[in-house]
Design a protein around this ligand. Sequence first.
Ligand SMILES: *Cc1c(COP(=O)(O)O)cnc(C)c1O
Length: 465
Amino acid sequence: MEEKEKVLLARIPAVHQLAEELARKHPGHPEVFYTRAARKTAERLRREVLQGEREALDPEEIRRVAEEVLSGILRPHLRRVINATGVVVHTNLGRSPLAEEALEEILAVARGYSNLEYRLAEGRRGSRYEHVSGLLRELTGAEEALVVNNNAAAVLITLNTLARGREVIVSRGELVEIGGSFRMPEVMAWAGCVLREVGTTNRTHLRDYEAAINENTALLMKVHKSNYAIVGFTREVSGAELVALGRRYGLPVVEDLGSGCLVDFSRYGLRREPTVQEVVRSGVDVVTFSGDKLLGAPQAGIIVGRRELVERIRQNPLNRALRIDKLTLAGLEATLRLYLDEKLAVEKIPTLRLILKPPEKVRREARRLKNLLSRAGLPGFSFAVVPTVCRTGGGALPVADLPSYAVAVNSERFSAEELHERLRVGEPPVVGRIEEDRFLLEVRTIFPEEFPLVVKALKRLINHA
Ligand SMILES: *Cc1c(COP(=O)(O)O)cnc(C)c1O
């Protein structure tokens, strides 16, 4: 070892000393974080000195490295990321961002006690479902409503209650896999039902359902084709046709709507999707859908339909295992309230706002982000606004494309892959996408207040490379 290295190594303080200093300057965290940060700092400095990467080492620099290491350790594992993918309802990125109104209610309920299962006026036990069932009845027109942990749970408990040990008839064209192991045939099996597939992948007729009905049939079921479309020579039986068939044989019809929206998107120039209200009006007996897809609420599974059936589902002992928690209920109630006035819903619920943002507005925002980046003094980088196509995602409007704009990032130093990877692990993490060897920041899903953070993330990437 050279003399210079020995001198530098001797300047690295003892771990306990470094840990004490960090604890003094940044109090309030578990002890173990300070020792861990001190040990990592010492190891990192020693390695850098031995690899000849350090010409000097003063206390100021040691403190800077230690604080950087500590801030990494203090960062929560689950944290905010910037969604520059353009997919609005992105399951891996937490699906729906919540409206301010929802956040406020969640905070208020989380901070203290609440009337979760208590009727204040009567001073006796109440039910957690009462907080949203009235709103859901009003918004969907259904007789009764129930909420559970997520839509997978809603489907599971509905099938288990109404068809355990009996047959459920489903079209082969609707035996979906949603991803994350939600596959309709498997859910049927876990619910204790026997799946009766009818028709073919591309064509199912009403007579196929009718021919499969026997004394052990419990339900006719329809599943929304969330993440794919069957095009070409196709035939699908509508909910209304199934309802007519079900009535003739005394069989309830259940529809898993997947995303389930309360707003008619065709009024805003997007592809038409049946709303929950329409499906209820068509006579379908039980409808299930997600809280955190197109609805833009927290994760939840919503079950609406005929009173007698929903009541039986509520009483299923599984309901206790699948039940919704109070924070979700608080956020869901606040979000549903906004739907009482559609103008408020599309203005204040981020998921709706992002989907319905006109392409021209996205373009203006893209120009603004591009200008911020161009003026940030990032050497070797250039930026351009490019037209793109985004997706709604989350098993909604599966084949509907949203015309949009992105900022393409071009660098002399980093490939598109490198940019993609380094921004993902940066601070804050930015998840973009690559198209035709170009790294894109899709602007539709970046909130304008996040633009300075995107600039910061790119600056850090250059400084840390
Ligand atoms: C998304 C989806 C589900 C699962 O809903 P979660 O809320 O994610 O549990 C079930 N069925 C369909 C058709 C879906 O699109």
